[in-house]
Write a protein that binds this ligand. Structure first.
Ligand SMILES: [Fe+2]
Ligand SMILES: [Fe+2]
Length: 222
């Protein structure tokens, strides 16, 4: 049963299919996962009950796996293979496409000027971030560290997630909500489709860390 006073992060954790609905309506369930469902819907003019009904309908089809009841090492393995590895491959490909689009279509009014440099910065930031998680935080969590001993590293990582969220918003703005203009070539269209996928995967990835992995680690005893 979904309560309108539950936070977006809680709903996304207990009802994983809700992330599809949240993405569809641009409800921020990762960095903004602390917002209450009812308030977050009303703020952007959505009927909360209709959103709950949509989640129920989505959940009855192909629901993604629920991770709050699985062992932490399994969740970490899933994050690494489902999100970290693809990110390292996808970002350079998107960056190359953005450079090409900006170069070839530089004179068009609809050209997304600045997209390549934003992706370059995001790529560098994300690589450093993934390395911190893989080399420091995740090994500590796998070894059973929790509670106060991981409070500081988790805070740093969550701050970086906020920065990634801000970069995603800028990305969406520069790429006109990922809707290519009529004159866009195939590369341009593929670039926007790839950026939209990057956005949804990064949001799901951050949600699993912020709202599932870290709360469980912070609530564990030292
Ligand atoms: Fe991660
Ligand atoms: Fe992360």
């Amino acid at each position: 049963m979904i309560d309108l006073n539950d936070t977006l992060g809680q709903v996304a954790t207990a009802h994983p299919a809700s992330t599809l609905v949240f993405l569809r309506h641009r409800l921020d369930f990762c960095c903004g996962g602390g917002q209450k469902l009812g308030e977050a819907c009303r703020r952007i003019g959505l009927d909360p009950d209709a959103v709950v009904a949509e989640i129920a309908a989505e959940g009855s089809s192909s629901a993604p796996e629920r991770w709050d009841t699985r062992p932490l090492p399994d969740l970490i393995d899933f994050i690494l293979t489902r999100y970290h590895e693809p990110l390292r491959l996808d970002l350079p490909a998107l960056l190359a496409a953005a450079r090409r689009v900006e170069r070839v279509h530089a004179r068009k009014g609809s050209c997304p000027h600045g997209l390549a440099s934003l992706l370059e910065q995001l790529d560098a930031e994300i690589r450093q971030h993934l390395a911190k998680e893989e080399q420091v935080l995740f090994p500590a969590l796998r070894a059973g560290s929790g509670g106060a001993s991981v409070h500081m590293p988790v805070r740093v990582i969550m701050q970086e997630h906020d920065d990634h969220g801000a970069s995603l918003r800028r990305l969406r703005e520069l790429a006109t909500d990922f809707s290519p203009p009529p004159e866009a070539c195939a590369t341009w269209r593929a670039l926007y489709a790839g950026l939209e996928k990057l956005e949804s995967e990064l949001m799901e990835h951050i949600h699993l860390e912020n709202n599932v992995l870290f709360p469980r680690a912070l609530n564990a005893l030292d």
